[in-house]
Each structure stands twice: as structure tokens, then as C-alpha cells.
Design a protein. Structure first.
Length: 436
């Protein structure tokens, strides 16, 4: 369940190889180059044509898994991004092997964000199986869960399709969900799942296949047993559980088939190699504007931050007996936080650069306009000088004319005063004549 257990297991492998095969392998050899078996190296091969073999070429295996992932993303609306480091490759091969076995079921144990669901979907796609997962909605209850189980039974038992039911501990609305899953793992039958009319439809749907298998048509119990057997062979349950808290321990004790009828695959913390692979994957296509050496340093820096927090969490538990979990989700959030801050800072600097650029552009345009106006003013200099001289002459002429006009105005004013005086004298004479 942890790295210490893995090292102990590798030590046992080293001892057994030396004892039974006369081969001396160090324990570290099984850690760096683990033994991986699979039947998916031939892409597109049918189930009967697949060859279960020892896979030694890790580069070819990683490339084939990447091809499977691309094919999955093309066929599914929701794109899935995975980095195939060594631990992820091992988990995919294990899950694919578990669901390919008749009546094979799996229990994946690990904290959230370790890739349990994503790797299960990829393993189902590799095996050519249909992966079904319930969708929790508001008001989802025990009856809704039974309706989903009926669909699973129809798909696996009546239609005969290989189906994987992916179920996580976050989808446990009521504990009765696990009771039904416990029954499926143990006997394959859920009491009172089908009413009478649906039960009759199932019998009629399975009867032709059961007849080919040698079950008499009139033997309804035999047909139903054949249906249950077919469900157990074609329906594979993959449970994703988190070991955090007491819930997992309690559920394993209350529903023993979860442990007894499942192959357990424990997802531990990502090793340094996995952390570096993930950070390199995210930084590979990011234009940081620096050399690849700086990108590698950034990847190492992110890995150091995560591992240092993990070490401090272990120290915190040793001193205060309190768990603080550093999950792969936290590591991905760290990288996404850096990338988001990088984009925000880049936008801020680009906006400031654009403002400075626009200001300089306006200044250059103004300088060009001023220089053009200076050229035009220089060209207009002689004309302006001629016009200025003409204006001066005109002003002098106007001054002379103004003086003459002023003199004439003075003469006219004197004559007007004399005329006014004579007019007043005439008026007085005219007024005295009648009196005389």
C-alpha cells in the first residue's frame, strides 16, 4: 500500500529469481524495469486473436497506449489527457488484465486525483469493452440506482456485451448501493430487482441463447441461472475507493465481497519520475520565451515543491498525528496556477508594451508631421516675404489716404459748422418779421 511495501515485494522477487531460476537481479531492477504482461500490443486484434505476452519494449508500449488514447478521444466527446509515465502504464496494464478475465472485478484504492477513473476508461477502450458510469442528479435515490442496474443486466445478460461498471465512493448516496454491489460480486443476483413483467422479458430474451447452450426451453429456472451466469461473465465491476478516513475500513468490513471478489490495485503517491513527466508534458507546448534548460528547471522546481510538501506532511503526522494529504490533483493545480499566473502577467506586460508602443508611434507620427510642416513653411518663406512687403506698402498707402481723409473731414466739419450757424441766423430773422 506504499513505497515500502513495493520495495519489500521487489526484494521477494529478487530472492525468488535467484532461488528458482538462478538469475541474479537486484531489487532495484524490478522497480526501474517492472514485469508487464498484456494482450493489447496488436492494435485492432479481436479478442480471440489477442496474444498475452511479456512486454519488454517500453517505448513501443508507451506509443501504443498513446495511439489508444488518441482513438478514445476521437470517439468520445470529452477529451482525456494522460501522461504515460511508468506507474500509469503499470496501472493500465493491470486494469486491462483484470477486466479481461472472466468474472474479473477490480478494486482501485487511492486518494482522489490519482487517475483511477481515467485509466479505467482507457483500459476499457483498450479491451473493447463498454464502460458505464451512473450520473448523479438531484433526487437520485435507491430506485434510480436499481434502474441503472437493470440497464447493466440487460446489456451484459441479454445482449451479451462485455460491460464495465465504474463506480466510485463519491457516488454512494446510500449504503444500500454497496449492498447491491456486494450481491453482484458474490452471487451475481440482486433480490427483487426485476418485477414480474420485466422478468418475463428477460426469460424470453435469453431463451434462444440458452437453448444453444443446451438449456431446455421449458426450464425457466435454468434459463434464469444461465442469465445470471452470463451477467457474471460479461459484467465487470471496477470500484474506485479512497482510503482516507474510516469509511473505507467500515465498508470493507460490512461488505466483504468488495475485498474477497475483487483484485485490488493500490494507487500510491506519484514518484519523482511521474511528477517530472507530468510537469514536462504541461510545459512542453508553453511558450515561456526561454530555453529548454529553463523549462527543465521549472519542471524540477515543481517536483521539488510537491515532494517537500509531502515530506512536511509526513513530519506533521509524526509529530501531531494528523493527516494532510498531498494528492496529484494538488500537483496539477500547482502547475495550472503557475500557467494561469504566467498568462495573466504576460497579458499585463503585453498591455503595457502596447501602450508604450502606441505612445511612441504617436510621437513619431507627430515628429513626421512637424517636419513636413517645417518643409512646407520653408517653401512658403519667399512668398510670405513678398506678401509681407506688399502688405507694408499697402499699410503705408492706407496711412497717407487716412491723413488726407482726416484733413478733408476737418474741412467738411468747419463748413458744416458755418452752415449750421447761418441756418440758425436765418431762422431768427424769419421769426422777427411778423412781429414787426
Amino acid at each position: 500500500v506504499d513505497m515500502q511495501d513495493k520495495r519489500y515485494f521487489c526484494d521477494i522477487l529478487s530472492q525468488m529469481a535467484s532461488k528458482h531460476f538462478n538469475q541474479d537481479y537486484a531489487a532495484e531492477t524490478f522497480e526501474k524495469k517492472p514485469i508487464i504482461f498484456g494482450d493489447f500490443m496488436r492494435v485492432g486484434a479481436e479478442g480471440k486473436d489477442r496474444i498475452y505476452e511479456d512486454i519488454q519494449n517500453m517505448e513501443k508500449l508507451e506509443k501504443i497506449l498513446a495511439d489508444y488514447l488518441d482513438d478514445y478521444n476521437m470517439s468520445c466527446p470529452k477529451e482525456m489527457k494522460l501522461v504515460f509515465f511508468l506507474d500509469a502504464i503499470q496501472h493500465v496494464s493491470r486494469i486491462a488484465r483484470m477486466v479481461r478475465q472472466p468474472r474479473g472485478n477490480a478494486l482501485l484504492v487511492g486518494v482522489g486525483g490519482t487517475g483511477k477513473q481515467s485509466l479505467t476508461r482507457l483500459a476499457c477502450h483498450i479491451s473493447g469493452y463498454k464502460c458505464i458510469q451512473i450520473e448523479l442528479t438531484r433526487g437520485y435515490n435507491y430506485s434510480s440506482f436499481h434502474d441503472d442496474l437493470k440497464v447493466l443486466y440487460q446489456t451484459a445478460g441479454v445482449q451479451g456485451q462485455n460491460t464495465v461498471f465504474l463506480f466510485t465512493d463519491t457516488q454512494i448516496v446510500v449504503e444500500e448501493f454497496l449492498e447491491d454491489i456486494n450481491n453482484i460480486l458474490n452471487s451475481g443476483e440482486i433480490p427483487n430487482l426485476f418485477p414480474a413483467d420485466e422478468f418475463e422479458q428477460i426469460i424470453n430474451g435469453v431463451r434462444p441463447v440458452a437453448k444453444e447452450a443446451g438449456v431446455p426451453e421449458a426450464d425457466r429456472d435454468g434459463i434464469y441461472d444461465f442469465f445470471i451466469s452470463r451477467v457474471r461473465n460479461n459484467l465487470h465491476i471496477v470500484l474506485c475507493m479512497s482510503p482516507v478516513g474510516d469509511s473505507f475500513r467500515t465498508r470493507c468490513r460490512m461488505f466483504p465481497s468488495i475485498v474477497n471478489c475483487c483484485t485490488i490495485d493500490w494507487f500510491t503517491q506519484w514518484p519523482k519520475e511521474a511528477l517530472l513527466s507530468v510537469s514536462n508534458y504541461f510545459f512542453h507546448d508553453v511558450d515561456i520565451g526561454v530555453t529548454d534548460e529553463v523549462k527543465n528547471s521549472l519542471s524540477v522546481f515543481c517536483e521539488v515543491i510537491h515532494t517537500s510538501v509531502s515530506s512536511m506532511s509526513e513530519r506533521f503526522f509524526a509529530e501531531l498525528r494528523r493527516h494532510v494529504y498531498t494528492t496529484p490533483t494538488s500537483y496539477l493545480e500547482l502547475i495550472n496556477l503557475y500557467l494561469s499566473m504566467l498568462n495573466a502577467k504576460r497579458k499585463q506586460l503585453c498591455a503595457a508594451r502596447d501602450r508604450v508602443h502606441n505612445g511612441l508611434k504617436k510621437l513619431l507620427e507627430t515628429n513626421e508631421l512637424v517636419a513636413k510642416m517645417e518643409v512646407e513653411l520653408t517653401a512658403l518663406g519667399p512668398k510670405l516675404k513678398v506678401k509681407s512687403e506688399a502688405t507694408d506698402k499697402l499699410m503705408q498707402k492706407l496711412e497717407v489716404d487716412q491723413a488726407e481723409a482726416d484733413a478733408k473731414r476737418a474741412v467738411v466739419s468747419e463748413e458744416e459748422a458755418v452752415a449750421m450757424k447761418k441756418e440758425k441766423s436765418t431762422d431768427c430773422d424769419s421769426a422777427l418779421i411778423p412781429l414787426l
